[in-house]
Design a protein around this ligand. Structure first.
Ligand code: PLP
Length: 497
């Protein structure tokens, strides 16, 4: 049957996958969800085992994107996940111990897991434009505090029918992240630093999206606005793939017998990555517990333990910045799944008004049958990086949060016949070299780029090529603008070629 998408907040809106990806968010402010989830059986898994990653991806994506041609999906996946972009493979598994395996999702062009979705999503959007006979150019606007901007730029560069413009706070990203964006290649990209903080950048982008007159003006120039953020179904769907693929790899490696239950631990911010694992479980992948690992901003841990979501609390800037979030947008999709559209709409309304909501007892029971909430303090993050390295595994700060929670969970469940545990590793340690160096008891060099060399020297490992060659790339974008000049920056970008 053909797949269509509905809003997590109810209503009659029904969209094809192509339309949902183009539109990003539902008309009533909800997120798009497939109206039902496809199933994968053990027989299906057995067929996937001998395939490579792009073939597995095309098969799994085609269950959700029934309006796309399989051959085109396969071609797109082969290009998105090729050796050139992901040297050594897109999602390799390495051993931490007998019981604990690491799923490394950071071998792509920007060295963090967002590449897994942002390498394929632009191709899905390009197909959607053709399929819906779109004549306008899609203009992607992104406000970023670091990782997302670079991953989106790499994904959308030179995609036909699309232009991308990224705004970041001039003093709100690391020097490494700044350099990554400043040297961005591609004919359809633009990067602007703004004077202000991340909220100023984000509010500026939101204002542009909401400005009817400005959108009309863009329309006349042959553009429409689109977004690349993690609430788009096009970002979520490709993340389901690597859980199913990892299971196949573990069967192939002899880590699991086909059908054996696997627990999964995910370092979580916006709840996108772990929700993709939940979908894989609902489709029939033998996953047991999903361990939701947070940093000091442990709003999700509290939610899972008490059933109360309350964002009225201090916000901490941590050494795992991509998880510093107080509103986990994709949690809305889980609520929809567990308690339906009506209750979800009610909770989202309460969240917007008072920053707080409480789920019912039944929903809470359903929640705790799947999820375990855990968190890791700053000291524990540092400590885990050190002990993991002594144990033979070098990890970044985000991965360390998950590893700590996984180790604690494994210890608590030592007595029972515990499942194997897959820990998701989301960034290269070299992306957060200064924090990793500190954890290893090393001095941080004054120049951030020297910390890459220092980390290689201290650990005897090699930095990924995209970070190593940053120093030598030509700087293309040096512009810093006032926060209230973002609209005119967009206009001048539309005028360029
Ligand atoms: C974005 C990000 C996360 C959090 O993922 P969510 O899908 O937002 O939960 C974790 N680690 C790294 C390195 C990230 O970039």
């Amino acid at each position: 049957m053909d797949m269509y998408y509905v809003s997590t907040r109810g209503g009659d809106e029904k969209k094809s996958a192509a339309e949902a990806i183009k539109q990003g968010i539902a008309e009533n402010g909800g997120l798009f969800m497939p109206f039902r989830l496809p199933r994968i059986t053990q027989e299906d898994l057995e067929k996937l085992v001998p395939m490579n990653y792009p073939a597995r991806a095309a098969h799994i994506l085609s269950l959700f994107l029934t309006d796309y041609q399989f051959e085109e999906l396969l071609k797109d996946c082969e290009q998105a996940y090729c050796e050139d972009k992901f040297p050594g493979g897109p999602a390799p598994i390495t051993d931490y111990s007998d019981k604990i395996k690491m799923l490394e999702l950071w071998h792509g062009p920007t060295c963090a897991f967002k590449d897994m979705a942002l390498q394929i999503m632009p191709r899905m959007l390009a197909r959607a434009l053709t399929q819906t006979e779109e004549t306008r150019t899609a203009l992607i606007l992104v406000a970023t505090s670091g990782d997302t901007g670079k991953a989106a730029l790499e994904g959308y560069k030179d995609v036909p029918g699309v232009k991308i413009q990224v705004f970041y706070p001039v003093d709100g990203v690391s020097n490494m992240q700044k350099r990554q964006m400043a040297v961005q290649e591609g004919e359809n990209v633009c990067v602007c630093a703004i004077k202000g903080n991340f909220d100023d950048a984000q509010n500026g982008v939101k204002k542009i999206f909401g400005d009817a007159a400005f959108n009309e003006l863009l329309e006349q120039k042959g553009y429409f606005l689109s977004s690349a953020n993690s609430i788009n179904w096009g970002r979520l769907c490709p993340q389901i793939v690597y859980y199913i693929s990892a299971y196949c790899d573990m069967v192939e490696r002899g880590d699991l017998a086909m059908g054996e239950t696997l627990d999964v631990c995910v370092p979580t911010g916006n709840f996108g990555n772990i929700f993709a694992a939940f979908i894989a479980k609902q489709m029939g992948l033998p996953i047991g517990k999903l361990i939701c690992a947070s940093n000091r901003n442990n709003i999700l841990t509290d939610f899972l333990n008490t059933g109360v979501y309350d964002k009225n609390r201090p916000f901490y800037a941590t050494m795992s910045p991509s998880m510093d979030i107080l509103i986990s947008s994709n949690l809305e999709r889980l609520l929809y799944f567990l308690c339906g559209a009506e209750e979800t709409a009610m909770h989202m309304e309460a969240l917007a008004h008072s920053g707080k909501y409480e789920i019912s007892k039944e929903t809470r029971n359903a929640l705790s049958s799947h999820f375990v909430g855990a968190f890791c303090s700053e000291e524990e993050t540092t400590h885990t990086i050190k002990t993991a390295f002594d144990n033979g595994y070098l990890c970044d700060t985000h991965t360390a949060v998950a590893l700590k929670c996984a180790l604690a969970y494994a210890k608590e469940n030592e007595e029972q016949a515990a499942n194997k545990l897959l820990v998701v590793s989301t960034a290269s340690p070299y992306k957060f070299a200064p924090s990793v160096l500190t954890a290893l008891g090393q001095e941080i060099p004054e120049n951030e780029f020297d910390s890459i060399d220092a980390l290689m020297e201290a650990t005897g490992t090699k930095a990924p090529a995209p970070l190593l060659c940053l120093k030598d790339k030509k700087i293309r974008f040096e512009q810093t603008i006032e926060a209230d000049a973002m609209e005119s920056a967009v206009l001048s970008f539309t005028k360029s070629n």
